[in-house]
Every structure is written in C-alpha cells, then in structure tokens.
Design a binder for this molecule. Sequence first.
Ligand code: NZQ
Ligand code: ZN
Length: 389
Amino acid sequence: MQSFVQENPTRIWFGEGQIKQLQQELGSAGKRVLLVYGGGSIKANGVYKAVKEQLEHRQAEVFELSGVEPNPRLTTVNKGIEICRDKQIELILAVGGGSVIDCVKAISAGAYYEGDFWDIVTRQAVPTRAIPFGTVLTLAATGSEMNNISVITHWERNEKRGWSSRLAYPKFSILDPTYTHSVPMDQTVYGIVDMMSHVLEQYFHRTSNTTMIDRFMESVLLTVIEAAPMLLADLHNTDFRAAVMYAGTTAFNGLLSSGTDGGDWASHQIEHGLSAIYDIPHGGGLAILFPNWMQHCAEDDPSRMTKLAVNVFGIDSAGKTDYEIASEGILALRNFWNSLGAPSKLGDYGIDASRFDELVEKSFMKDKVGQYKIMTRETVKDILMRSLS
Ligand code: NZQ
Ligand code: ZN
C-alpha cells in the first residue's frame, strides 16, 4: 500500500426529500445565485420546480443558464463566466448530470481567470480562486458530484479534455434517487457502464497489499451488477435507483484509489477522443473500448483480470490458466453490458477506421496513456481495431 492523503470536502445529502437541505446550504451562501441546467429534463420531471421553490423561500436572486450540452462545450462555459461577472454571482447551482456539473466547475473557476478558460483545461494556467457551487444530481454516472474533475469539449478543435483542481469540489451535493426516476433506459445504461468503468480503471493498478480497497471495489461492482438488471426492469424503483446512485458517487470520489497508484485510465483517455470527434455518449464509448483494452492487456499480464473474473464474475478457476480465467471474466463483463443493451462495437455508432490515426493522436494529448500498461500509438490503434466489430 502506498502513502496517501484522504480529503473530500463535499457534503453529501443523500435520500428522498433532501432538497429541503438547500435552505440550509443557501443560508451560508450569498443570495445571488446562478442556476445552471441542461436541455430541459428538469422542467419535465419537476426537479426545476422543487429547486425554484427552495430558492424562492430563501429569497435568492436567481439568474439562469440553460442548454448545457451532454459533453459540455467551452462556448457554454464562457456564457456562464459572462453571467457570473456581469451579475456578481455568489453561488452557482448545477442541477443535472455530469455534463451540467462539469460545466459549472469550469464556470466557477473561470469567472476569476482573466484569460481563455481553455488555458486551465490544457494546464497552461492554474485556477487560484473559484465561486462556490453546489449540485443537485439528476443522473447517476460520473461521480462528478463528489470529485474535483471536470471534462470540457472544445468542439471547434474536436478536443475533449479533463482538468482538476482542489477548487473544483462541490461545496455540497443533493442526491435524491427519485430525481433519477425519469432518466431514460439508454442514459441509465450509459451511467451504469461509466460508474463500473471508473471502478475498473482503479482496479487495474499495480500496487501490492491493497486487500481492503480491492474488496471495496469488488463490492461496488457486485452491487451494481446485482441492482442494474432489476432497475432496468423497473426504472421507477427508488431502492434500485438509490443503490446505483450511491455506487456511482462512491466509484469516483477518491476513496477507491486510497493507497494505490491510482489505476490505469487509458480507456477513458481513448474514449474522450471518440466523444470529441463523434459526440457519442461517454458510457457508450466505454462499453465498446473497455473489454477490448482488458483483452489486450491480459495477453501480457492477466493477473488483475483473473482476480476480477473470480471475485466479481464467479468464474470457476479449476484447471484453467490465468489467461483463460481472465478471458472468461472479460467475456462475462461484455455479456453483462450487452444484456443491459450497451453497444459493443464502434460500428454500432457507424464509426469506421477512417479517423483512427486522428483518434490515436487525441489519446496522446497527455504525455502518458495508461499506467497498468503504458500505451504506445500502436497499442492504442490495436485497441481501436479490436473495437471495430
Ligand atoms: O440535458 P438534459 O435535458 O438535462 O438531459 C440529460 C442529457 O440529455 C439527460 N438527463 C439527465 N438527468 C435526467 C435526464 N433525463 C431525464 N431525467 C433525468 N433525471 O441525460 C443526458 C445525459 O446527461 P449528461 O449529464 O451528459 O450525462 P452524464 O452524467 O453521463 O455526464 C457525461 C459527461 O461527464 C463526463 C463525460 O465525459 C461527459 O462529458 N465525465 C465526467 C467525469 C467527472 N467529472 O468526474 C468523469 C467521467 O469519466 C466522464 O468523463
Ligand atoms: Zn467515465
């Protein structure tokens, strides 16, 4: 186990009816609030009304930014920054999924940065101050509600990149599972794939003596694997929504990397290239890439895949080589995601090999791709080729 610091300043209010805690959270914040949301789902499902009631009760002066895109764009971040400066916003409230939250993280830090916010995304500048923000989560997937990461797309350049800062933790997040009842089947599946992928990225580490953290990770995966089919058969079931929501937050709030080298993350890096060029859902891209990345890596060193196969997918190891056990586990993961209706090949999105070279370059925007296995341009291309069909 490696030395580590565990710190997470986000206060989580979890459960049905927790929206009333917004009163308390607003109490310590200023009254000029920017409410940020996406394309309108919160108006259709009543969440907007519930949030507005709380804001009105506090006599907050509310300004709005709507239309945050899935895969949020720099242009929308800039609109939010303008409003914050113009209206001297004191608190930003993100109401939505990961895209809205990530956009708010960027607006919050960008409001105090004089230059182009893309400088911060590309690490040419570091944020020094941020407007406090909170979130009301409506989709279980990214974990953005309790982490300090934000992923922004520069659409004109077809670049999608993550940035992080200690200033990018939400001050509070309200997680009411009933607010996710209206998430449609496909987005529910993408969210499940994304949160499982977050655990898997962290599971593929090379640190020894990590028994407890490994078991935490296996427990999150087992919980999602158990709840997901029941949830998909009953999308309005609050118990299943709650299980998946808490799993999604736990999957990526720092806990599961405690004492490890942090895991791999190559599949995420490759996926961000796919979303940047083809604007596909993040979870859909991961469902295609991740099993192919696992199979590619298992050919060199199947040890962690073998452990996953036995402990999570219950693969019988008797009389089999490590590689055979690992391969059966990978197949079980593929079959599980396919059974939920997730895509399994790039062709499902009409993507062919014509832009693979560009995709490879996009994966290498950071110096290093992967950690469990350090990728080269050739190995990234191999994973894309395996993902074609
Ligand atoms: O825009 P609206 O109308 O709200 O509709 C959204 C959107 O179309 C809809 N939706 C959300 N809540 C709903 C709902 N529809 C009905 N009922 C509800 N309660 O779902 C669609 C997708 O929303 P989005 O926020 O884009 O999904 P998600 O939460 O999966 O976020 C994806 C983004 O997060 C990034 C991804 O790359 C992508 O840009 N990620 C962020 C991470 C982080 N900050 O830690 C890590 C992840 O690995 C990921 O990269
Ligand atoms: Zn993800």
